[in-house]
Structures are given as structure tokens and as C-alpha cells.
Design a protein around this ligand. Structure first.
Ligand SMILES: [Zn+2]
Length: 420
């Protein structure tokens, strides 16, 4: 027994030493992809395509072959972004883009000074006050809900939908938030949605000055990147992660170090490992574009697969794998008891990840499109430490790598043992 314990500690120590040598390379991938050279890997200066080119070069260097003659699967989509330097002035103070405020990317161009109408629960629930409000012309106003409305989610969504639909349609809505989170969207609304830090958007604010210019592109070309390591069978395990992020909002760059330069780094490390250790199953790697635009890259892929879906045995997604050490979710594991059992047993034997939680169905990243096509799909996601999800502050120095290493080792062991 003692010998077994010493033995397993030795194996673990060897793993740690082995991975330690790779850590500089992992950090380099994350630093590179998060750097200003890639403009936040979104829709400013084709940052998404620059990141795709970087990954294709790395795959070639590692010795991973494309499927067919190209690593690239191009596709087109509509996308909304902002040009120039957006400006929002409140109380004579120009707010910092990305930190104090952001325009939700369904917002159209807006310029000028607009009155702000505050909406309270009392206004919405008093017939007299509501009638007065509905009789007033709000078409040129922004509305802001106070906390009595925001704290009642049914009332909030009802009011929000009412004020942003014709005939009432307001110029825009201001959401008061703890920290403004950006996104990417493939359509534009007729009204603006601004997210403003709540301590700046006080009830004293009765008007705003705005200068926002959007650029809506209907035929934007982007891409998925994919490559293959041939195993002893053509049945494959597909390892996926998205490389895109949100790009820029004015001077604010969304580095996306955890989301999801970390996922790209783990895929490149796994590619390096399996290139040297020929696997039983073939292993396909897919780096998706347009994940932040409502998972469009993976939606396009499952409808236009590069490798036959009926030969794809299992999909494992990596998205935000260096957040911190609070816990690691293995999403969808509850849907596949045999797979869950195997992951948990390897993890227990080797103590790779301290708090590994299997969970059920979640349509929160690219994996779910595969699940919906009938292919078992799992998703590794880590929690803790890095709280800067979809903010410019998701930068490399905030990443925590112990769990990243654990996931890397666990997936290698799983794939090497998974010969069902
Ligand atoms: Zn992500």
C-alpha cells in the first residue's frame, strides 16, 4: 500500500515537473493572444482573423495536419461594432470606455443630448402615474430603471420590453450595473442599450450626452481553424475551444486572457502532447470563431462538418480554464454516467483537480451544438479568482494555472484510457 502511495506521488511529481517545462510556452500563448497586436480578437482591424492565422501557424509548427488542404473553415456573418471613440458624458464627466460604461453591441449610432427619465416601481404600478407616463412622448428619451424595478425581475423585463417596442419605443435604456460587461452581436436594434456603473448613474442624472457610431457589416468573413492527429482508428475525439473575443470598444481592448486564450493554450498543449504520443482514437482540434456572437462558429460547423460527425465519438470543450481554484465544472457530465465515472475515478486516483463538479445540460459555450446533434459533449469551465469576465481587465497576469494543469493531465489520462 505504502509503495502504491509513494508510486502515485512519484507519478504526480513527474507530471508536475513535466508540465512545469511547458508552462512558459502556455503563458507565451496567452500573452501573445491577449496582446494589442490582436485587438481583442474581435471585429476591430480583423483581430479575429489575425488570431486565427496565429493558431494555424502554431498547428503547423507542432506538426498537426489540416483536414483536407486547409486549416481554415471560412464562413460569413453579420456583425455590429463601433468605430472611432465612443463617448458618454454624464454630469459634465466623460466616462471611461469599457470601465465606466459600454454600449451593448445591439445599439445603433446615437449622437446628441438626451433627457433621462427615471422609472420607479411606483410609477409602473400606479394607474394615474402610468397613464401620465404613457401619454408623454418618450421617443427622444433614455429611460433608467431604479432599484425598485430592477429588484423585481418580472416587472423589469415587462417594462423593458414595453418601452423598447413600438409604439412607445424610447431612444435607449440605461442599465445600472456593478461592472459593465460587453459582448458581440449579429444584429442591431432601433434603440440603444447602455450599461453604466451604478455609482455614476445616480438619480441626479437627468440627461446624457452621447457620441456613438456603429458599423454594421452584413458579410463579415471569419473562420474556424481545425486540424487532426490520426490515431489507430478513424473514429475521433474532438477537442474544441473558441479563440475569438469581443475586440475593442473605442480605446478599451478586451484582451480575453481567460476567455478564451486559456482554452486555446490548453488545446495547443494537448496537440503537442498527442503529436508525440500517438493516440488510439484520432484527435481533431477545432478553434472556433464567433463564439461570443451567440456561438455562431460552432453552429456553422455542426451544419457543415469538416470531419464526419458520425465518426466523432466525443467532444470536449475548454472555455475559461484558468479562472482560479474555487471549483471546476465538468458540464454535461451528468448526461453520460459512464464518462462521468471514468473522469471522477481518474481524478480521485491522481488528485489532479481539487473541486471537480459534474453538472447537467448547459447551452453556455460551443459544446452544446454537438450535444444537440446527438454527440456526447463535455465542457471544462473553472470558477474563482478572475472576476473580470467580458471586461477589459481579463488580462494574463490574473490567470491561475494550477487548475489548468490539472485539467490538462486529467484529459490526457482520460483519452489514453478511453477505449470503449
Ligand atoms: Zn468564452
Amino acid at each position: 500500500m505504502k509503495r502504491i502511495i509513494i508510486c502515485s506521488w512519484l507519478i504526480m511529481a513527474l507530471h508536475v515537473i513535466a508540465f512545469g517545462q511547458n508552462m512558459n510556452r502556455v503563458k507565451q500563448y496567452v500573452n501573445d493572444l491577449s496582446s494589442p497586436e490582436f485587438y481583442g480578437r474581435g471585429y476591430t482591424n480583423k483581430g479575429d482573423s489575425l488570431a486565427a492565422d496565429y493558431i494555424a501557424v502554431k498547428l503547423k509548427e507542432i506538426g498537426i495536419k489540416p483536414i483536407g488542404n486547409s486549416y481554415y473553415q471560412h464562413f460569413n456573418m453579420s456583425i455590429n461594432s463601433y468605430v472611432g471613440k465612443p463617448n458618454l458624458t454624464i454630469n459634465g464627466q466623460s466616462l471611461q470606455n469599457g470601465i465606466d460604461w459600454v454600449a451593448y453591441p445591439t445599439s445603433p449610432s446615437l449622437q446628441g443630448t438626451f433627457p433621462v427619465k427615471w422609472i420607479t416601481k411606483q410609477i409602473l404600478t400606479s394607474r394615474r402615474q402610468l397613464n401620465q407616463l404613457l401619454a408623454s412622448d418618450l421617443k427622444n428619451s433614455f429611460i433608467c430603471f431604479d432599484s425598485t424595478v430592477i429588484n423585481n425581475s418580472d416587472l423589469y423585463y415587462f417594462a423593458r420590453n414595453t418601452f423598447t417596442s413600438s409604439p412607445l419605443m424610447v431612444k435607449g435604456i440605461i442599465d445600472r450595473v456593478d461592472s459593465p460587461k460587453y459582448s458581440a452581436r449579429r444584429y442591431v436594434n432601433d434603440y440603444g442599450t447602455f450599461r453604466v456603473r451604478k455609482e455614476l448613474m445616480t438619480k441626479a442624472v437627468t440627461s446624457i450626452d452621447i457620441d456613438l457610431v456603429n458599423k454594421f457589416t452584413t458579410n463579415y468573413q471569419t473562420q474556424n481553424i481545425t486540424g487532426l492527429i490520426e490515431g489507430k482508428t478513424d473514429t475521433c475525439i474532438t477537442l474544441i475551444g473558441h479563440y475569438d473575443h469581443m475586440g475593442m470598444f473605442g480605446e478599451a481592448m478586451y484582451a480575453g486572457a481567460n476567455d478564451n486564450a486559456s482554452g486555446v493554450a490548453i488545446l495547443l498543449e494537448l496537440a503537442t502532447y498527442f503529436k508525440k504520443h500517438k493516440p488510439y482514437y484520432s484527435i481533431q482540434f477545432i478553434f472556433f470563431g464567433a463564439e461570443e456572437a451567440s456561438f455562431y462558429g460552432s453552429e456553422y460547423y455542426v451544419n457543415n462538418p469538416v470531419y464526419p460527425l458520425d465518426k466523432t465519438k466525443l467532444v470536449i470543450n475548454f472555455d475559461m480554464v484558468a479562472s482560479g481554484t474555487d471549483w471546476t465544472e465538468l458540464i454535461h457530465a451528468e448526461l453520460y454516467p459512464d464518462i462521468k465515472k471514468q473522469f471522477l475515478s481518474i481524478n480521485k486516483q491522481n488528485n489532479y483537480i481539487q473541486h471537480l463538479k459534474p453538472t447537467g445540460y448547459e447551452a453556455t459555450s460551443d459544446h452544446y451544438h454537438f450535444h444537440d446533434k446527438g454527440i456526447p459533449s463535455l465542457f471544462f469551465w473553472t470558477a474563482g479568482g478572475n472576476e473580470y469576465y467580458h471586461e477589459p481587465l481579463d488580462t494574463p497576469e490574473k490567470l491561475e494555472y494550477p487548475v489548468f494543469e490539472g485539467i490538462y493531465q486529467l484529459v490526457i489520462d482520460f483519452i489514453e484510457e478511453y477505449q470503449l
